[in-house]
Design a protein around this ligand. Structure first.
Ligand code: GAP
Length: 443
């Protein structure tokens, strides 16, 4: 059998351990749609919560929002998405395969030939990426709505509401996490590019003349976030968009890229969107979206620095970065070196054996930890196998209850990465886990 690629191994681990499943699998699956299983939803929520906490709760200058996915259709005319949010598309006249023109290998593109079968390619067409649907029972254009292709627009159209209700003063930001939809022509690489995905976006409203300062600030902040997630810094880099890459709204844009198993690709975009969106919404809605600086009496349309991260893409990054295979005592160990703050399960609790009251004692200790940590109790099989099962899903701590626990009230705390075992008093266990997490650094 051919050796599995790194991505194949990751996809298979995710399915086997309940992290990510193919969507509607019992019907043969739906290409490029994925479901998050019991462990996947924990991982995704933790990544989201760290972002949310860092963006809103730990700061004075950013507030949260949760806008509807479906918005007034004029939003997308004003934002420029109806006109500009397109990909160049070509079809093969023979095999009917469809490609994004900019993703075809150079030699096939210049020859106008299909990279799959060598057939003739059609002329390039512009293809709008927005999903269009109809609200209400009548399918006519009057009732057409779009599924949002970015969460950002929900923030712009609520700029006035948030300002008036929260009394925020420039510079300030509005943060939002939510689903976005794009009718991508090529979806591949697992959850990297899908038609339905989640974004974590923040729009930071500033004085126009301060755009460079705030852009540099947010570019640094966003890279720090990935380091906090435990992503290895050498796997991250920046890519500045050239003039032909810039989105229709952007004056300056940088991608934070990660080196995925399939190569360097975008993880997050940091954009200087100028006053483009607020100005356009002001024009299209005929509402005043300017800002009055009460200290100077000056009125202006704020500029926006946007930080736009893919939540689902960050899940893939965390998994790909954490995946490792090691040889331990002549056996293969598969391990996810997930940062303890995002691991789906923080502590596995194991009685050495089921008998002599150890199972009951372990159950008691597990319940003590539940309130603060996500825990998992396992009494089945050899202890080594139980550790391996947790290593594979990235559980950073294992707690083993043995006969000594009954005598002196201590337990063994096992660390996933180093496999080091330390003896800790039961009453100091939570504190020890907290300390290890605070000082966590991948070796
Ligand atoms: N509001 C700006 C915006 O949406 P973008 O560069 O088009 O900018 C931002 O998207 C981020 O959203 C990307 O860096 C990526 O992480 C995520 N993203 C975009 N399209 C995606 C897709 N089809 N599947 C998964 N994630 C996607």
């Amino acid at each position: 059998m051919a050796e599995q690629t790194a991505m194949e191994k990751l996809v298979s681990l995710c399915k086997r351990r309940g992290i990510i499943f193919p969507s509607s699998e019992i019907y043969g699956g739906l290409s490029s749609a994925w479901d998050y299983g019991p462990l996947g939803v924990e991982l995704k929520n933790r990544i989201r919560d760290l972002w949310w906490k860092g963006m809103t709760r730990l700061r004075d200058d950013i507030v949260g929002l949760d806008a509807a996915i479906m918005m007034h259709p004029r939003v997308w005319e004003a934002s420029g998405h109806v006109e500009n949010f397109t990909d160049p598309l070509v079809d093969c006249k023979s095999c009917k395969h469809r490609f994004r023109e900019d993703q075809i290998p150079e030699e096939s593109r210049t020859a106008g030939r299909c990279p799959d079968c060598g057939g003739e390619l059609t002329e390039t067409r512009r293809f709008n990426l927005m999903f269009k649907t109809h609200m209400g029972p009548v399918e006519n254009d009057g009732a057409a709505v779009y599924l949002r292709p970015e969460t950002a627009q929900g923030i712009y159209v609520n700029f006035r509401n948030v300002r008036q209700s929260s009394r925020v003063k420039i510079p300030f930001g509005i943060a939002q996490v939510g689903k976005a939809f794009r009718n991508e022509i090529t979806t591949k690489n697992f959850i990297f590019r899908t038609c339905e995905f989640e974004q974590m976006e923040m729009q930071y409203f500033i004085r126009p003349e301060e755009d460079e300062k705030w852009f540099a600030y947010w570019l640094d902040e966003r890279q720090a976030y990935y380091r906090k997630l435990g992503i290895r810094p050498e796997k991250l880099r920046l890519h500045r968009h050239g003039p032909d890459e810039l989105a229709h709204y952007a004056k300056v844009a940088y991608d934070i890229e990660y080196e995925f198993p399939f190569g360097w690709s975008e993880l997050e975009g940091v954009h200087n969107r100028t006053d483009y969106d607020l100005r356009r919404h002001g024009e299209y809605s005929q509402k005043d979206l300017s800002y009055l600086d009460e200290s100077t009496g000056e009125r202006f349309i704020p500029y926006v620095i946007e930080t736009s991260a893919g939540l689902t893409r960050t899940v893939l990054t965390a998994l790909a970065d954490a995946y490792d295979e090691e040889e331990v005592e002549g056996e293969k160990r598969t391990v996810l070196h997930l940062h303890p703050e995002i691991a789906p399960i923080t502590v596995g609790v194991f009685p050495l054996v089921k008998k002599d009251g150890l199972a009951e004692l372990a159950g008691e200790i597990e319940r003590e930890l539940r309130d603060e940590f996500s825990t998992f109790y396992d009494q089945g099989g050899a202890i080594g196998r139980r550790y391996r099962r947790q290593d594979e899903i990235g559980t950073p701590y294992g707690v083993t209850i043995d006969y000594q626990t009954k005598d002196d009230g201590t337990v063994t705390l096992r660390l996933r990465d180093s496999m080091k075992q330390i003896r800790v008093a039961r009453r100091r266990l939570a504190e020890a886990i907290r300390d290890e997490t605070k000082n966590y650094g991948r070796e």
